[in-house]
Each structure stands twice: as structure tokens, then as C-alpha cells.
Write a protein that binds this ligand. Structure first.
Ligand SMILES: NC(=O)c1ccc[n+]([C@@H]2O[C@H](COP(=O)([O-])OP(=O)(O)OC[C@H]3O[C@@H](n4cnc5c(N)ncnc54)[C@H](OP(=O)(O)O)[C@@H]3O)[C@@H](O)[C@H]2O)c1
Length: 493
């Protein structure tokens, strides 16, 4: 396995091309690609494309045929480890499971000399890179997630005896600048985000890719200890941008958090910037702390969902949300944000129909939306009316806590081809694809909430980078999208 040496110096650190001999095809297909050794003083962290492989990064490969030409088929591998070693200190276990494992040090040095056309000595530093064959990007994504999780957990462990006794035992008294070790900190706060939230993974991945020493942690606050929420945010406000960057708020505190910052704004108008969207939706899920020590309070739920839908539509040359007929199931916290943004984007020629189990909530939401967007046609119906109405929709969004609103009443049979179905839930909580499959409707276009969560993170990340004046490359977003099974075109940054 030899790396081609004509790499370009493009900015991307994501897709790089390695070329393999045809007789290695089988070896690659056998899952474990093994290892290659790169010469030079290179690390896994660098953003220099010549500088090495980043752990968790995707690498694109092409197979070289016997005649020297390249198979047009590309395959993707994941770098699951990249360790720097001084040649003289390499031990047999460092090469275990690689095609070089049986080599003596002398044979290894000879091979490197032959491959790279220069002399190697014991003092040379090499990087041992291990790849995993990634036929299925979702599976590969899970592996990367697992490694990022370990990264996040290690950091959590490090802080275990520090200020962050994560709730319910959480005590905010330890939160002082002295014991936070100078790392910019961010949190996702909710009832139990430590159990399920992907925000720490996305943000910590971004920090790692950017070479920032920021840290994003979940903070669980039990509803019966709700007072801790206020105390916690009070501390953050007191210490401010010396330490903190992002507060992501999740259930059940999105409304309380908005109220907190409305109160704060009354006392300190210069320290809070409340977005019109958050005020109209009546909740916040993202708060960014700027270099001016101001708290920028936004809501990315609706925009996240709308951006992901428009991404799917544009991929199919079906335009955007303007003038579309959209059915939204649910009228809870997430649905409020989605309804507002979708109604805003569809304009006067679209139609938004809100279906909710408790119809009064749909009616109340419609009344509220119509007061902001009087030109947009909006209807409110009970969930029992969905079967009769489903085929009139171009897009159906499910934003309910669990289950599939389409399966129980046999709606799948009535749906025309070309309809787009999007679930706000993702991972095991999203059962829509499975239910459609059981109903024999594999032809439908179904997406889970991975797009919404990735797009919501991108919105907050771009807002933070705008405030602090740095850039996040398109590739970082693209790769984080890949990891979550959301293959998206890179967002502009
Ligand atoms: N992907 C993302 O980025 C993202 C972001 C935010 C939320 N979410 C997900 O979106 C979902 C909704 O969250 P939320 O904050 O809006 O929750 P919420 O405020 O508690 O609202 C729950 C909604 O689900 C409905 N519902 C609950 N159980 C139902 C059932 N068995 N049958 C029919 N309808 C039912 C409720 O109807 P009633 O009004 O009749 O009770 C209500 O409309 C959650 O699963 C959440 O994880 C995803």
C-alpha cells in the first residue's frame, strides 16, 4: 500500500486520495486495511493537507489497476487512529494487525527508504495510521461518534472532581474562573442531556477539528431542582465571556430560559440581545456569548428543520419551501419553531396545516402565527383528520414526542409518490422509516431529524464564529453531517 506523493495543497483536510495497487483490492475489501507509515514530522491534528491524517476523518481512496490507470470507483475509509512515533522506539505491538507487523526494524527502515526515496534513521518520526473500511458511512459515523464520546467522557472525568457535579447533585457554588482551567466552556442544559444529546459530540468534534481547547458538556437539571437552572445561568452571567461561549437549552427549559433572559434584559439591557424569532416562538434553544460579553438569544429549531428540508428539496431540483403545501403534526415546543419558520418561508402561496392530538393547541398556535404572518394561509386540525388530508400535502413533518402519526390509521397507502416525510426525531426514536417499510412504501422519501439537529448546530456555530470573528470550514460541517448520517452539501461559512 503506497501513498501517492502528488497530493494537492488544497485546503480540504477531509477528502484526500490514496492509491492502492489492484492486488490490494481484496485486502481492502476484507475490512481491515491495516496500516501505513508516513514519514516526516506530522501529526494527526494538523490542518495542513500534507501534515497527516486526523483521527475520525474520512479519506477517499481509489484502486490502481494493473495497467496503472485508476478505477473510477471511490471508497471511503475512516482514520481510526494516527499515532506519532520515533522510529527507534517502535515496538512490535505498534504494528500489530498491519501488513508490516512481521518486519524487523531494519526491514522496516529499508522499506521506508525504498518507498520514500530517502534515508531513514532511528531518530525519524513517523505516523502510524490505521484505517477502517467504511462501506457504510452511517456505520463509520457511529465509530467516530464512539471515539468522540470517549474524548468527551475523558474530559468529563477530568472535571469530575472539579466544579461540575452534573445534576441532580449539581452544585453551582464551585463554578469560579479559578477552577475552570482556562478552557472556554459551553453547555447543553436540560432534564437529562447527558443520556442522549448529540450537541456535545458535534461541538467537541468542531473544537477538536479547529484546534480549539473549548469544551462542550451536558448538564442535567432535574425538574424538581428547577431552581438550579436559575442559579446555574446566574453564575454564567456573572462570569460571562471570560469562560463561557454557548448555552444550548433543551427540554423542558426552552421557555424558562427565554423568560430568564427577558428578565435579565429588563435589568441589564446592554447585556442581552433577544432575537425576534425566539420572542415570537416563545422559547430559546441557543444562547451565544459574544466578545462584548452580551448574551445573544436565538431559536434554531425551526430554521434547522427548514434548512434541512430545503437541502433535500434542492438535491431533488424541487426548489425550496416557497408555495409548498406542508402538513405539520404536533403543536409542542419544537413544532412551534418549525411552524413559524416554515410559514415564513412558504409565503402567501403556500399552505400550512397543523394537525395535533389536542386540537385546541393547534388552533391556538395558528392564531399566534397568523398575528405575525397574516398573509400566510394556515389551518388547524385534529390529528384524526390527518388520514383524509395527508395526500394533499407535498411535505409532512412529524414533530411529536414519539410514535409515527402516519402508520396507525393506514395513511401510508394513500400517499402519492414524491411526498417528502420528515421526522423531528432521530436515531432509535425515529420509527417512521421502519413503519413505511412495513406498509410496503419503500418508495417514499423519508428523513429523520438528524438534518434538523445538524443544521441547528451549524446555525449556532456560524453565529458564534461571526461574533468571535473566526472561520469554520465547510468541510468541518460536511463531516459532522456525515457522522450523523446527514449527507449534506457543506454549509457556507
Ligand atoms: N431533531 C432535532 O433537532 C429536534 C429538536 C427539538 C425537538 N426534537 C424532537 O421533537 C419531538 C417533539 O418535541 P417537543 O419539544 O415539541 O415536545 P412537546 O413540547 O412535549 O410536544 C409534544 C407533542 O407531541 C404530541 N404527542 C405526544 N405524544 C403523542 C401521541 N402519543 N400521539 C400523538 N401526539 C402526541 C403532543 O400532542 P398534545 O399537544 O396533544 O399533547 C405535542 O404536540 C421530541 O421527540 C424531540 O426529541 C428534535
Amino acid at each position: 500500500m503506497e501513498e501517492n506523493k502528488t497530493e494537492t495543497h488544497e485546503k480540504s483536510v477531509i477528502a484526500r486520495e490514496l492509491w492502492f495497487q489492484e492486488n490490494e483490492k481484496e485486502f481492502i475489501a476484507e475490512h481491515s486495511i491495516g496500516a501505513t507509515i508516513r514519514a516526516g514530522d506530522r501529526t494527526a491534528e494538523t490542518t495542513d493537507p500534507k501534515g497527516g491524517y486526523r483521527e475520525g476523518g474520512f479519506v477517499t481512496l481509489k484502486i490502481q489497476k494493473a495497467d496503472g490507470s485508476f478505477d473510477p470507483l471511490e471508497t471511503t475509509v475512516v482514520v481510526y487512529s494516527a499515532k506519532k512515533k520515533v522510529l527507534g522506539e517502535i515496538k512490535p505491538e505498534d504494528l500489530e494487525g498491519t501488513p508490516l507487523s512481521q518486519k524487523t526494524k531494519t526491514a522496516l527502515i529499508e522499506k521506508l527508504t525504498r518507498l520514500y526515496g530517502r534515508d531513514f534513521t532511528d531518530n525519524d518520526t513517523v505516523t502510524i495510521v490505521r484505517f477502517e473500511y467504511a462501506d457504510d458511512l452511517k456505520e463509520a459515523g457511529k465509530k467516530i461518534l464512539a471515539s468522540l464520546q470517549t474524548f468527551a467522557q475523558n474530559d468529563l472525568l477530568e472535571l469530575k472532581n472539579g466544579p461540575f457535579r452534573l445534576a441532580p447533585e449539581y452544585k453551582p457554588s464551585g463554578l469560579t474562573p479559578e477552577n475552570i482551567k482556562g478552557r472556554p466552556l459551553s453547555f447543553i442544559i436540560g432534564e437529562q442531556p447527558s443520556e442522549y444529546a448529540v450537541s456535545p459530540l458535534m461541538w467537541n468534534a468542531e473544537f477538536k477539528m479547529r484546534g480549539s481547547n473549548g469544551l462542550f458538556l451536558p448538564v442535567d437539571i432535574a425538574p424538581d431542582k428547577k431552581g438550579n437552572l436559575k442559579e446555574f445561568i446566574d453564575k454564567i452571567v456573572e462570569i460571562g465571556n471570560l469562560v463561557f461561549r454557548v448555552l444550548t437549552i433543551t427540554n423542558p427549559y426552552k421557555i424558562d430560559a427565554l423568560q430568564y433572559f427577558k428578565n435579565l434584559q429588563e435589568r441589564y439591557p446592554d447585556r442581552v440581545d433577544l432575537s425576534e424569532d425566539a420572542l415570537r416562538i416563545g422559547a430559546t434553544n441557543q444562547i451565544l456569548i459574544g466578545p462584548d460579553n452580551k448574551f445573544y438569544v436565538i431559536n434554531s429549531d425551526g430554521r434547522g428543520m427548514a434548512n434541512s428540508i430545503e437541502e433535500f428539496l434542492s438535491g431533488k431540483n424541487r426548489g425550496n419551501l416557497e408555495a409548498k403545501h406542508v402538513g405539520l403534526v404536533g403543536a409542542g415546543g419544537a413544532a412551534r419553531g418549525i411552524a413559524y419558520e416554515v410559514a415564513k418561508r412558504m409565503g402567501p402561496h403556500g399552505l400550512l396545516t397543523i394537525f395535533n392530538r389536542t386540537q385546541e393547541k393547534a388552533v391556538a398556535l395558528k392564531a399566534e402565527l397568523s398575528s405575525y404572518l397574516p398573509q400566510t394561509p394556515i389551518e388547524a386540525r385534529g390529528l384524526n383528520e390527518l388520514p383524509g388530508q395527508a395526500k394533499e400535502q407535498e411535505i409532512i413533518i412529524s414533530s411529536i414526542t414519539e410514535g409515527d402519526p402516519l402508520s396507525d390509521s393506514g395513511v401510508y397507502k394513500t400517499l402519492p409518490r414524491g411526498i417528502l416525510i420528515v421526522d423531528a426525531n432521530y436515531g432509535p426514536k425515529s420509527i417512521i422509516e421502519q413503519k413505511a417499510h412495513e406498509a410496503g412504501r419503500d418508495d417514499l422519501d423519508i428523513h429523520d431529524g438528524a438534518g434538523m439537529v445538524v443544521e441547528g448546530y451549524i446555525i449556532a456555530s456560524q453565529e458564534l464564529s461571526r461574533l468571535w470573528k473566526y472561520e469554520v470550514s465547510r468541510e468541518v460541517y460536511r463531516e459532522i453531517g456525515f457522522v450523523f448520517g446527514y449527507r449534506k452539501r457543506a454549509a457556507s461559512s
